[in-house]
Design a protein around this ligand. Sequence first.
Ligand code: SME
Length: 162
Amino acid sequence: MFQAATINSANKVDFYGELCQQLKGLLHGETDTIANAANTSALMFEMMPDLNWAGFYFLKSEKELVLGPFQGRAACVRIAVGRGVCGTAVEKGTSILVEDVHAFPGHIACDAASRSELVVPLHHNGKILGVIDLDSPSASRFDADDQAGVEALARIFVEASY
Ligand code: SME
């Protein structure tokens, strides 16, 4: 049984260093994409404070993301590339950090409680496979350290699963 260990790090860089080690251990020896996305979502949701949604959207065609494994409230299933925060992150090929979702034109509200959001693309061999999406009920929940940390988690997920 995998037991997530409490992380007592005083700063976010150390926190994500430890979370990355836990994710490597959790995914070790498993290559199934859905299982690994499910466990990655569960670990992020359990360990990262102040989230109301943590999960994956996968590119099922060049034009559309489809909901993958997640933790949180039931969410919208299909997001066109270029739409919302997730579709914009795919179109630009970069992470997007939204301090206030009400100020992001085209934000897609899946849970009315969400106030800030971090979306990180999954890169593999020059292509984008999908995104990790994190929502928080607090404004400005995510900063550059969270972005760098979740980008590291995304790399670990991709290396284990593809
Ligand atoms: N807010 C996202 C939609 C997905 S939900 O937050 C789970 C967006 O604007 O793309």
